[in-house]
Design a protein around this ligand. Structure first.
Ligand code: 5GP
Ligand code: ZN
Length: 114
């Protein structure tokens, strides 16, 4: 998927503010932050969305979720609260077709989401 934006970010072909990096996943600052903390967490393997997540990806997705929790702790918003968002397909507003969790926090969120 050489034309996928987030694959290119994962391969460091595009410079980004990296928050966490290991063999399986990358976390980096969102380019248009919607909250004081807005970090994206992606797997290095490409799949477009939760709908396309392959058999066996359960552990990876769980590790990404726990990474979001760890980053929230590091940013000092673990106790005050944060939101993890996984937009999936058209009605969610998903724009980048490489699965990613949004970690958002540092301000009071509203519900329901827009
Ligand atoms: P989606 O709507 O697909 O769930 O979210 C895509 C997110 O990717 C948006 O929050 C958008 O600001 C972010 N984004 C889009 N292009 C780039 C980029 O080139 N670099 C970074 N760091 N974030 C991006
Ligand atoms: Zn990709």
């Amino acid at each position: 998927m050489s034309d996928c934006l987030f694959c290119r970010i994962a391969k460091k072909e595009i410079p980004d503010k990296v928050v966490f990096d290991d063999a399986k996943m990358l976390a980096f600052e969102d380019i248009r932050p919607q909250a004081p903390v807005h970090v994206l967490i992606i797997p290095k393997a490409h799949f477009a969305s939760l709908n396309e997540a392959p058999e066996g990806a359960e552990t990876l997705l769980g590790e990404m979720l726990f990474r979001a929790r760890e980053i929230a702790r590091e940013r000092g918003i673990g106790a005050s609260g944060y939101r993890v968002v996984l937009n999936t397909a058209r009605d969610s507003g998903q724009e980048v077709l490489h699965i990613h969790f949004h970690l958002l926090g540092g301000r009071r969120m509203t519900w329901p989401p827009g």
